[in-house]
Design a protein around this ligand. Structure first.
Ligand code: SF4
Length: 470
């Protein structure tokens, strides 16, 4: 059961001998709720995945069994222990498995019609050393990859099952092993060409990709059309502090532009709350996002997840807030920040407010498409016609007729039809951006409201310092 697309029912829990939960740290509240429900219904619970790997002690209090690390190769033995009633409370798997030996994912178990994209994984690990990142502490700094033929076998399965939309290669840094990534792209290209380009691919990559022309060109040739890049900050001092040296090698704005011009549409991650941040960081971030023309700019607070170098530093400096309820990058930082907390919260609130006003959002979306040089002749994905018609109708009703930003919606709609009347791929992506406003604009309202509430609370507490709990 994928709780992001459907509710977990009591009948799902009662059907099982054992409830196995895999989750990330940001989903920890949900893990606790589900584990509590399962145990109340008399079912045993096992938790694994990144959250279990980073905080097994916390989970041992609410689960019968906890698995840390990557259990791919040892799972058969764990299953035998479960069958014979000899399962341990804690399995600490230290071996980093060779991805070449993993079985093919059971895509047939998914309710495919509920997804806008399918996920596959090519590599684990990343060679860099960003201070706040737990990928390197959980998966290592030596990227491990599958064989290209092995990933193509996954593509083949999806293709045979009729999938004709986007595919997300979920690697935290697809270009962590550039040689292998290049080999893969060179094999994907003929596979896609032979089948009429069925998949549009997107992934996450470090910004140094912009300087690796053969790899960048091979990705675009293989029909990678979007990439998420961790830009984090336009301020060099923040990047040095975060040990994000790969972002300092070249001008970041020029790198974004190079990616867009070569054919990769860019989305970006941005962080505030570094020790070096000053009160003008929010304006610097806003200006960068606008200049770079990044509509989907994920801006949030710095957090110090367990196992990271930042977590260790915050412990050393006695700044970690051990009982922080932070579950996302919109939660208040889980450490005492250098900038006054009220300045930080107010700054992020204002930044998100500005970035996601409908006029700004759609203007960036339009400009991002002007910068994006989509490869000639590529076609958009072709899901069933009924799906396409229903998507357009839903968007027109929800956004074009009922929303508060319907003027901006129709302005973008008309510009899109005029500007890209001869480019189906750009028209398709423009429509996707148009529809995505429903999520971004509404979600921004929720986040801004919750930051405003936090701000009142923080200001209240700073007026009564003796009662400050954080
Ligand atoms: S580049 Fe990304 S995945 Fe790699 S260490 Fe930095 S934040 Fe982590």
């Amino acid at each position: 059961v994928d709780c992001s697309i459907e509710p977990l029912l009591d009948s799902d829990i009662l059907w099982a001998d054992l409830l196995m939960i895999s989750a990330m740290h940001v989903q920890r509240d949900e893990v606790k709720r589900i584990a509590g429900r399962a145990r109340a219904l008399g079912r045993r619970v096992m938790v694994g995945g990144p959250y279990a790997s980073s905080q097994p002690d916390v989970l041992l209090e609410i689960a019968d069994h906890v698995v840390t690390g990557e259990p791919d190769n040892v799972f058969a033995a764990i299953a035998r222990d479960l069958e014979t009633g000899a399962a341990a409370r804690l399995y600490e798997v230290r071996e980093k498995p060779d991805l070449a030996s993993l079985p093919l994912p059971r895509f047939d178990l998914l309710k495919m019609e509920k997804y806008a994209s399918m996920s596959v994984q090519f590599s684990r690990g990343c060679p860099f050393e960003c201070e706040f990142c737990d990928i390197i502490t959980l998966y290592g700094r030596k990227p491990r990859t599958k064989e290209p033929a092995r990933l193509l076998a996954e593509f083949e399965q999806l293709y045979a099952m009729g999938w004709r939309q986007t595919v997300f290669i979920v690697d935290d840094n697809f270009v962590g092993n550039q040689k292998r990534a290049l080999e893969l792209c060179r094999e994907i290209e003929p596979w896609q060409a032979a089948r009429g380009w069925p998949f549009i691919i997107y992934t996450e990559a470090s910004i140094d990709l912009a300087g690796r022309m053969p790899l960048l060109e091979a990705m675009v040739a293989a029909n990678f059309l979007m990439v998420f890049v961790g830009i984090e900050s336009p301020d060099a001092a923040a990047l040095k502090e975060a040990r994000k040296f790969q972002n300092l090698r070249k001008d970041q704005l020029a790198s974004v532009r190079a990616l867009q011009r070569k054919g990769l549409w860019v989305m970006g991650g941005f962080i505030v709350g570094f020790d070096s941040d000053r009160a003008d960081i929010f304006e610097q971030q806003r200006a960068f996002v606008e200049q770079a023309a990044i509509p989907w700019a994920m801006a949030g607070f710095l957090q110090a997840p367990p196992t990271t170098a930042l977590f260790d530093r915050m412990v050393r400096e006695d700044r970690l807030l051990w009982n922080s309820p932070a579950t996302s990058n919109f939660s208040l930082p889980d450490f005492r920040t250098a900038l006054p907390l009220a300045t930080l919260v107010d700054g992020l609130r204002g930044l998100l407010e500005e970035l996601y006003t409908p006029a700004r959002f759609y203007d960036r979306a339009f400009r991002s498409l002007l910068h994006w040089r989509a490869p000639e002749g590529r076609r958009p994905p072709s899901p069933p016609v009924t799906y396409q018609v229903m998507t357009v109708i839903r968007s027109i009703v929800r956004q074009g007729l009922l929303s508060r930003y319907r003027v901006e919606y129709w302005r973008f709609f008309i510009r899109m039809l005029v500007e890209w009347r001869r480019s189906p791929i750009k028209r398709w992506w423009a429509f996707t951006l148009l529809a995505s406003g429903d999520h971004f604009i509404n979600y921004k309202r929720q986040v801004v409201a919750s930051l405003a509430a936090e701000l009142s609370r923080v200001r209240e507490e700073s007026r009564a310092p003796a009662q400050t709990a954080r």
